[in-house]
Ligand binder design. Structure first.
Ligand SMILES: [Ca+2]
Ligand SMILES: [Ca+2]
Length: 447
């Protein structure tokens, strides 16, 4: 029973990001790696075809970001149930150009469809999407430029052994594919950070059949103070509409969230949370990112505030309240889904019951005791203590060092998370079981 409580609580856990140490995904792809060892079967044949096509020595190139991080990417482009292969390399003495090969398998052997050469030093990102609406996947490739945060988009279409370029060439900082106007075809959404060359903004690219080109169907300004996209996710935002949810970081490391979506009635791209000269209500100094907090396939957006406190209380000791908001496309408003009280040092939250939400309860951190203490809040002053969450080092807990009064909620290999219930008579009291259920661990993601 207890295990179940903890598991469900863990699922509800908020996502927060850590940039300190650990394994950083970008480390693997940030530079040219050695060629992988010779392999058997298709892979070996593909590698042989690359070696035969390249003049002299060559280095495989890996996309630096996005969903596809290998130098040889397999994808069924034409929907015939066998994969084609896309590979990137540069030749030893030609450091300013990258080759993209499209290869296919026919009559039991791998053949070259195309060898496209681009002036660039790196691949930013690769994706596949049906932008033409012909049930085949186009190849979208972003090449880096010499200006940081500016990449150039290219697009290629493949069928029957032939690869053709679709005219693109747009500048972007990040791009995302999806059906953003619910017409059954994919569009490409490009996001651009503010640079001396580009305004901050989002653009939806659509395919023009006659011109065989991706063109800007709609654009909208974005927050120019965002210097980095920290977390980008595509989510349903109502009425069969997909939007892009973007947690962006300021130079100060503060975060905010913007939502980009295409309004089919107005034929406009919208960014409703960003308003010039008005503070975005999601602006926050802690690293909590947007996440589907309740597994309903809709991403919730965090906003963070301090719990009620008197002026005597120093800000650092007052706990943060994370409110999870759902975006409602119908009237471009947000609705509160749930709120939690967070302790970032030990990475846990307590979900707030309904009757706590109108500033009736507050919580204070005690760094000395590794604890968070929950109190009634009487408009201007602290009321009675309700309960306390205390974190022990797991060795101390296992030895039973001063642990007598505490009950375990959850234990990992570092910490034992425990509580003591101090008051069961207040209308804001929680039962022991309610405390356990309200508890969840913050999930750390490195981005
Ligand atoms: Ca579409
Ligand atoms: Ca959700």
């Amino acid at each position: 029973m207890k295990l179940k409580t903890v598991l469900s609580a863990v699922t509800l856990g908020a996502i927060f990001i850590s940039s300190a140490g650990g394994c950083n995904i970008t480390d693997f792809s940030s530079d040219n790696l050695l060629r992988p060892p010779k392999t058997m079967g298709d892979e070996a044949e593909i590698e042989q075809l690359i070696a035969d096509t390249a003049k002299d020595e060559y280095t495989l190139k890996y996309p630096k970001s996005g969903n596809y991080r290998s130098a040889i990417i397999m994808s069924d482009l034409d929907g015939d149930k066998t994969d084609e292969a896309v590979a990137f390399y540069r030749e030893r003495d030609d450091v300013t150009r990258i080759h993209m090969l499209v290869m296919y398998s026919a009559d039991g052997e791998w053949k070259l469809s195309s060898n496209s050469v681009t002036e660039t030093t790196d691949i930013d990102s690769v994706d596949f999407a049906d932008v033409g609406g012909s049930k085949t996947l186009e190849i979208l490739v972003g090449y880096t430029t010499y200006t940081p945060n500016i990449n150039k988009l290219s697009c290629y279409t493949y069928s029957n052994g032939t690869t053709e370029e679709i005219q693109a060439g747009q500048n972007y900082s990040g791009f995302y594919c999806g059906d953003f106007n619910s017409d059954g075809k994919n569009e490409v959404m490009t996001l651009s950070l503010y640079t001396t060359e580009n305004e901050a903004g989002a653009t939806m690219l659509d395919y023009n059949e006659d011109k065989k080109a991706l063109y800007a169907k709609a654009s909208v300004p974005m927050d120019p103070n965002v210097v980095r996209f920290k977390n980008v996710a595509i989510s349903n935002i109502g009425e069969n509409t997909k939007g892009i949810i973007i947690d962006g970081a300021f130079a100060s490391d503060e975060l905010n969230t913007q939502i980009i979506y295409y309004n089919k009635e107005l034929l406009l791209l919208r960014n409703p949370l960003f308003k010039d000269k008005k503070k975005n209500f999601t602006q926050r100094s802690c690293s909590v990112i947007s996440a589907d907090i309740d597994n309903d396939s809709v991403i919730e957006i965090p906003s963070v505030s301090k719990l009620p406190h008197s002026k005597n209380e120093s800000e650092e000791t007052v706990a943060d309240k994370i409110t999870w908001n759902t975006f409602l496309m119908q009237n471009e408003s947000t609705e509160v889904k749930c709120s939690m009280i967070a302790n970032y040092n030990f990475g846990y939250t307590i979900k707030m019951p309904e009757n706590w939400l109108s500033d009736t309860v507050t919580a204070l951190y005690s760094t000395q005791d590794n604890s968070t203490v929950f109190y009634e809040w009487k408009k201007t002053t602290l009321g009675s203590k309700l309960f306390e969450i205390k974190v022990f080092d797991v060795e101390d807990w296992d030895k039973g060092k001063n642990t007598d009064e505490y009950t375990l909620i959850y234990k990992d290999n570092r910490y034992a998370y425990t509580f003591i219930n101090l008051n069961t008579d207040s209308q804001y009291s929680l039962t022991d079981d309610e405390i356990k259920t309200a508890f969840s661990i913050l999930t750390e993601t490195v981005v």
